[in-house]
Each structure stands twice: as structure tokens, then as C-alpha cells.
Design a protein around this ligand. Structure first.
Ligand SMILES: C[S@@+](CC[C@H](N)C(=O)[O-])C[C@H]1O[C@@H](n2cnc3c(N)ncnc32)[C@H](O)[C@@H]1O
Length: 273
């Protein structure tokens, strides 16, 4: 069995769980929409857009609003059900972004909202995107800033590192935040078959009804983070929850009956050769 098989199984099983799919759609909705607007800049009226890892369809919806013909693809039936309800104007198909069934050169743009970090082999996923794009076609994808960053994901990994049980580990897989390094990303995207690689930092944020709810956003609406949290003994989980709540109170913004918390992300765009 290849090293990443267990990782891939965790991702498929996790996103296939209707509770996780709904938890993501609700918990990350605000940031997803902010990023969708930024990614849809590569979509033009009448263009054929493939939205990989479409999830509940938020990027697909933004591309439809630009007048594009949109196909959303995901390996989670639970996500596709949500996407079809949310965006009846787009076509949604079940599939694996690592092995696309499309011919070469058949799309004008590919969008991937927070999907690349879930690929067992990001280089292969990006090469598949390049293959199905027409020469000159554009890709736009997004990545969360992670460990050490000033925001929700940084707080999470810091809290798990300080307060969690270090014997709780994940199946080996690529680092979820690796491509926030511009050098690493430029090399991988270029080798996948693109040029003109460009980066834009996005001031994305999440909204939580209470400070303690940030823990639930990760535990109930993600896969890797959820696995890391669900394996913790109760006292460690409680300590991590309390630590995240303190961060929300100290660094979030109380408004609209809840709290806005930073969750910075990065948009990467490039052009297919
Ligand atoms: C974090 S969600 C992002 C959803 C949406 N694009 C957004 O921006 O909010 C990641 C999505 O990628 C899907 N996914 C992960 N790996 C995939 C793969 N190899 N092929 C197809 N879908 C995948 C998951 O099922 C999930 O719906």
C-alpha cells in the first residue's frame, strides 16, 4: 500500500460524511464566499469553467454569476447534493480531481477553492488541471495560511502543539499549508504546466456565534483538523477549546451577535502552457 493511501481514505471518508459536509458549508461559509469572489476572476462570460473540489458550490456560484458555463466536480456525494441545491445553474459531477475523465484542452478556466491541500499528490492534481485547460487557460486556487500564521488555523495548530496529546497523529500526507511558500508553489505550479504564477493575500475571516464555537468549526467542519481533535482525550480537547476561545476574545471582533475571526488565505493564479 502506498504511503498516502490512508491519507486519501481519511479525506474521502471525511468529506463523504454528510455531517462534515454540512459543518463545513456552515462553519466556513463566510470565508468560502470571500475566496470564491477572488477565484471567479478567472471566469469570463461564456467560458467553460471546471470547479474542482466544488464542495457546496460556492465557487461555482461565483463563476455562474460571471456568466460562465460551470461544471463542479467533487468526490463527496454529500457535497454534490448540497451544491445541486445551492447552484441549479451549474452542472455537478462526481469525480476525483487526481484522475479527471475529461479530454485534454477542454476548459477555459479551472478553479479550486481550498481543495489542493486535500490532494494526496498536489503536483499530480495541478498537472491534471493543466492537462484539461486549453493553452492560455487560467487556474485560480486557494490555500489557508497555517502554522505560525496570525489567525484561526495558526491558533489551532499552536494550541494542538502546546496542549494536545502528541501521540495523536494523522496518516502521512502532504503538508496542508506547504504551498503558501511562494518558492515551493512557483516550482510546483510551473512544473505542472503553467506560467505567470501570481499570489494575492486574502483577508478572509470566519464568523462564530460564541468564542468556544471556533473549536466546533474545526471539529465538525473539516477533515484533517477534525481527526486531530477527535483523537484527543477529553481534558486535552477542553484545553484546546478554551485556548481557541481566548484567542477569539483577544483577537477577534465582536459584532453581529457573534465574533469575526481572521482566517487569512492565499490565492494562486497561473496560465496554462
Ligand atoms: C475544504 S472543501 C472546499 C469546498 C469549496 N471549494 C470551497 O471553496 O468552499 C474541500 C472539498 O474538496 C473535495 N475534495 C478533496 N479531495 C478531492 C479529490 N481528490 N477529488 C475531488 N474532490 C475532492 C472535498 O470533498 C470537499 O468538498
Amino acid at each position: 500500500m502506498a504511503d498516502t493511501d490512508a491519507f486519501e481514505r481519511m479525506e474521502r471518508d471525511g468529506w463523504g460524511n454528510p455531517d462534515i459536509a454540512k459543518g463545513y458549508a456552515d462553519g466556513f461559509d463566510r470565508a468560502s464566499r470571500q475566496v470564491a469572489a477572488a477565484l471567479s476572476e478567472v471566469a469570463a462570460p461564456g467560458a467553460d469553467v471546471l470547479d474542482l473540489c466544488t464542495g457546496h458550490g460556492v465557487v461555482a456560484a461565483a463563476c455562474v454569476a460571471k456568466g460562465a458555463r460551470v461544471t463542479g466536480l467533487d468526490f463527496s456525494e454529500a457535497m454534490i447534493t448540497l451544491a445541486r441545491e445551492n447552484v441549479p445553474e451549474a452542472t455537478f459531477v462526481h469525480g476525483d480531481a487526481m484522475h479527471l475523465s475529461y479530454d485534454d484542452d477542454c476548459f477555459d478556466a479551472v478553479t479550486i477553492g481550498f481543495g489542493v491541500p486535500h490532494f494526496p499528490d498536489p503536483a499530480r492534481g495541478l498537472a491534471e488541471a493543466a492537462r484539461v485547460l486549453r493553452p492560455g487557460g487560467r487556474i485560480a486556487f486557494s490555500i489557508w495560511y497555517g502554522k505560525g500564521s496570525p489567525g484561526s488555523f495558526g491558533w489551532l495548530f499552536d494550541a494542538v502543539g502546546r496542549l494536545g496529546d502528541s501521540s495523536v497523529t494523522l496518516p502521512p500526507g502532504p503538508d496542508a499549508h506547504w504551498l503558501t511558500d511562494h518558492g515551493v508553489a512557483t516550482r510546483m505550479v510551473t512544473q505542472a504546466g503553467f506560467y505567470d504564477v501570481a499570489f494575492a493575500d486574502l483577508d478572509t475571516d470566519l464568523w462564530v456565534p460564541t468564542p468556544a464555537a471556533l473549536f466546533d468549526v474545526f471539529a465538525g467542519g473539516a477533515v484533517r483538523a477534525a481527526s486531530l481533535l477527535s483523537g484527543q482525550p477529553t481534558d486535552r480537547r477542553d484545553a484546546i477549546r478554551a485556548d481557541l476561545a481566548r484567542c477569539v476574545l483577544a483577537q477577534g471582533r465582536a459584532e453581529a451577535g457573534g465574533h469575526f475571526v481572521p482566517a487569512p488565505s492565499l490565492r494562486i493564479t497561473a496560465t496554462a502552457t
